[in-house]
Ligand binder design. Structure first.
Ligand code: ARG
Length: 866
């Protein structure tokens, strides 16, 4: 084929190809497009077969069809685009959303009438009509607000001159919602609209504010069934409760509100006397208190949920003569609710003042109630000119939700140019002159209990006579210097110490008691006390001290010889061979998990580890702050029992472990010369008791003892096997203040260093008298071998040492038989020990001794069936 021919073929071929495309668009007729093949067949002329071979035809028909098709395609595309846009516009972009705002405004040229408190009065109706039209006028003049306004309702009025509270409802297209929010948030522009455009001179209005609100309030305000209005009566306490309280729980899906008022120039003090709603969690029921009649966040004083013991201070103060309490409940979970009281007080004119002398105390107003919002107090303190002054904050609670303590942007205390806020342990601020100024500021939302402080004068040359001065200014006992425990909050008592021969020198310079070396707890902070007793690298330390290669942990084989390498494995518990430290299911299968009882996960195939788990839970979900000492809250230790002997009162403690059985100490029931303590008839058990001076309270359940079973091996010389079980004559009913504690499995591990709680009405000092209010103390498990050497080798395997070696915290006479409780996972409490004996009380290096319940667990089961 010559050059020219080849070229023709190429042209033809390409034009055929074009026509092929067009054809294809109209029919599916297959066509040959491959030129070289035709050439090879020697059929160059053959191209004539095809109608498109005529160049003229190609020019005339080809492009026209193509254009038509393209146009059709574009039209279809444009049409669907238009449909899509319309659908989007009407269905999504333009869909109206409901928006509600809560607001208030102040009317300057109007006097408050008592009738305004009653929303059904004609005076209320008249003024609200006026306010409504003013609000509507404001809205109308703004293009981002006016077109979407649906309804405004005036909900209340209060003094000053008259403050009107309202909500406004809007229906706004989604894409305009943000602009509406912005316009409503702009106080200035709302006001400007009014001053510029007002044609309603009847009302002189000022400070119009509005805040986004939950649309459900519109619903609630239309349905008035759970809306109450109360006015404090001079010199009287008014109380109110949630619907049905205390006989039936509050309703589901409720929106309740209580409008509280007091006379002009008064403030309100509100106290929740009992409080029990659903536990705090997103979407659960809650109560909110506002320092306004409008439920808006910037005026919220507190959000409350869960339950509180009756002894907890839930008193709140307002800054003006109104308060609003709201209850929001969800579709499930109903609880008793609350009973609250309120009364009026004269408005505080000023707070703070000048304090003079060598020492004195001062607190935030109304301490320990929550201080009022919107308050500024200044205390100018002055001590004699030859002295310096320091302020000690003994209790300090100035916490606002979401405020970082580094910035203290809301409520704060300011001393010597430093702001303090949040919840702080006792601290001291010293001045190096004889004057100091303390300022307190609370903003308009969220308040706390405040502070209780004292000022003291000191000698600049000797700030702590006879005592050690921390760098922070605090004075501590000299004996606490270099004792291995941090007593100054900046640890200045533990710096530059020379360790004694009973102490170990940590790499970081601290001196720690030799007792703590190799006890498995990092006491130095840098782990240097544990370093030298570690197993070699890549090895694991068994509970019996043996070292095994790390990869033998959780391999299903007992490599330690005590099972401790197989009892704490991640993931689902596996069946392993049984040993002293492995939990045995009822089926006799042992599982590879430490302390699996009642932890909320079934670890045994037969679920026996999660049976009989109605124990160890306290009645109150809120743990209260330990305020000034170690008094317990009511219901904090519902298993605590007080054992009384006729004519002698409280003698020993005990723990409730089922509705009929108690665990106590055998030594409480040993006969003495004149008294047969082993006689069950002598004893009465008080359950649900808090205060020994109030043993007739309705919550208390009193029971006689049917049987006392003391351990046959109890040795009244060594106090070995110091355990007893007591059967009640009749079972108790579980309640908020009467509930059993969990008994640990014999394999349960309570490791050294763990913090436990001991409780009782025993003596509050060695040789002292017993407490009336149940006391609590947090103490720490001490390594058995170390303790044995501290207590002259008197320890047996049935005993456990628990205490604070610096002294000062311990059980004492009268606590015997009582519980030593341990908080385990799932926050259940287990009975780790029974108060048994000690060398004096709370002495240094003399921890208390407790009966080890795990070692006597089988005996308890055998005799009580629990
Ligand atoms: N044996 C004492 C009693 O009968 C209890 C002593 C506890 N002592 C102690 N320091 N932890 O009440």
């Amino acid at each position: 084929m010559d050059e020219e021919k080849r070229f023709t073929c190429f042209l033809d071929c390409s034009s055929r190809f074009l026509s092929h495309l067009v054809h294809k668009a109209r029919s599916s007729f297959p066509e040959q497009t491959h030129c070289p093949l035709l050439e090879m067949n020697g059929l160059e002329e053959g191209v004539e077969f095809l109608p498109t071979m005529n160049p003229k035809t190609v020019e005339k028909r080809g492009p026209k069809r193509w254009v038509v098709v393209t146009v059709v395609l574009i039209a279809i595309f444009l049409f669907s685009l238009l449909v899509g846009l319309l659908v989007w516009h009407f269905k999504y972009r333009n869909v109206p959303v409901q928006k509600v705002y809560n607001g208030h405004l102040r009317i300057l040229n109007w006097n408050f009438l008592d009738a305004y408190e009653d929303s059904s009065s004609s005076q209320f109706a008249m003024l609200s009509k006026k306010v409504k039209s003013t609000v509507e006028e404001i809205y109308r003049s703004n293009e981002n607000i006016g077109p979407y306004h649906k309804e405004t309702e005036i909900t209340a009025f209060s003094e000053g001159s008259v403050i009107a509270y309202y909500w406004s409802e809007f229906m706004v297209p989604k894409h305009k919602a943000e602009a509406l929010d912005r316009a409503m948030a702009n106080k200035q522009s709302l006001m400007q609209m009014l001053t510029l455009k007002s044609r309603n001179p009847a009302l002189k209005v000022e400070s119009v504010v509005a805040f986004p609100a939950d649309p459900s309030i519109v619903q609630a305000s239309r349905n008035n069934s759970c809306s109450f209005s109360l006015h404090a009566k001079e010199g009287e306490i008014t109380s109110f409760t949630t619907p049905g309280f205390p006989n039936s729980p509050y309703p589901n899906n409720a929106r309740c509100q209580w409008v509280l008022r007091a006379d002009a120039d008064s403030i309100i003090s509100l106290t929740f006397k009992t409080f029990d709603v659903e536990p705090c969690s997103e979407g659960n029921d809650y109560i909110k208190v506002y320092n306004s009649l409008s439920p808006v966040e910037p005026h919220a004083l507190v959000t409350l949920c869960g339950s509180y013991p009756p002894s907890y201070n839930l008193t709140f103060l307002s800054s003006k003569n109104v308060m609003l309490v709201t209850l929001v409940t969800n579709a499930e979970g109903r609880r008793p609710g609350f009973r609250a009281e309120f009364f009026q007080l004269p408005k505080i004119k000023s707070c703070g003042g000048t304090l003079k002398g060598t020492t004195g105390t001062f607190t935030t107003p109304f301490y320990p109630a929550h201080y009022p919002p919107n308050l500024d107090c200044t205390w100018d303190i002055e001590v004699p000119s030859n002295k310096n002054v320091k302020v000690r904050f003994n209790l300090f609670y100035v916490l606002e939700p979401g405020v970082p303590i580094a910035t203290c942007t809301k409520d704060y205390v300011e001393v010597s140019n430093t702001k303090y806020c949040g919840e702080r342990p006792r601290f001291v601020v010293a001045s190096n002159t004889n004057r100091i100024t303390v300022q307190f500021h609370s903003d308009q939302s969220y308040t706390d209990t405040g502070f209780s402080a004292e000022f003291l004068s000191y000698d600049s040359s000797d700030p702590c006579p006879g005592r050690f001065t921390c760098k922070t200014g605090r004075c501590i006992d000299k004996a606490l210097r270099c004792d291995g425990w941090m007593d100054c909050s900046d640890a200045s008592d533990e710096r530059s110490c020379n360790c004694t021969k009973e102490q170990f020198r940590c790499s970081n310079g601290w001196c720690k008691s030799l007792m703590w070396v190799c006890d498995g707890v990092n006491d130095c902070g840098d782990n240097s006390d544990e370093e030298q007793c570690k197993c070699p690298d890549k090895n694991l330390k068994c509970r019996n001290g043996k070292c095994i290669p790390e990869d033998q942990k959780c391999n299903g084989k007992d490599d330690c010889g005590d099972g401790s390498d197989e009892n704490d494995c991640v993931g689902a518990a596996k069946a392993v061979s049984c040993s002293e430290y492995t939990y045995k299911c009822r089926s006799n299968v042992c599982v590879s998990k430490k302390n699996p009882e009642c932890d909320g996960t079934p670890d045994c195939a037969d679920n026996s580890d999660e049976e009989n788990c109605d124990c160890g839970i306290r009645s109150y979900s809120k743990q209260s702050r330990i305020v000034g000492g170690l008094d317990s809250e009511v219901g904090e230790w519902p298993w605590q029992v007080s054992l009384h002997v006729e004519g002698q009162g409280h003698i020993c403690g005990a723990s409730l472990v089922s509705n009929k059985w108690l665990v106590s100490a055998a030594h409480c029931f040993q006969d003495e010369m004149r008294i047969r303590y082993s006689d069950s008839k002598l004893w009465t058990a008080f359950l649900g008791l808090h205060d020994q001076s109030q043993r007739t309270h309705e919550n208390i359940q009193k029971r006689k003892i049917e049987r006392i079973i003391t351990h046959p091996n109890f040795n009244d010389f060594t106090y070995d096997y110091d355990i007893a079980v007591l059967e009640l004559q009749s079972p108790v009913t579980f309640s908020k203040v009467v509930r059993p504690i969990c008994l640990p499995d014999p394999t349960h591990d309570f490791p050294s260093g763990k913090d436990l709680w001991v409780t009782g009405w025993g003596a509050t000092s060695e040789g002292g008298s017993g407490a009336t209010i149940l006391q609590k103390a947090e103490i720490r498990i001490i390594n058995q071998t170390q303790c044995n050497s501290l207590l002259a080798n008197q320890m047996t395997p049935r005993m456990m040492c628990v205490g604070i070696l610096t002294g000062g915290i311990d059980a004492c006479q009268g606590d015997s038989g009582g519980p030593l409780a341990s908080v385990e996972t799932s926050s259940r409490m287990f009975l780790a020990g029974v108060v048994s004996w000690g060398d004096g009380c709370a002495r240094r290096n003399k921890p208390g001794v407790y009966t080890r319940v795990t070692h006597l667990r089988d005996w308890i089961k055998q005799h009580s069936g629990v």
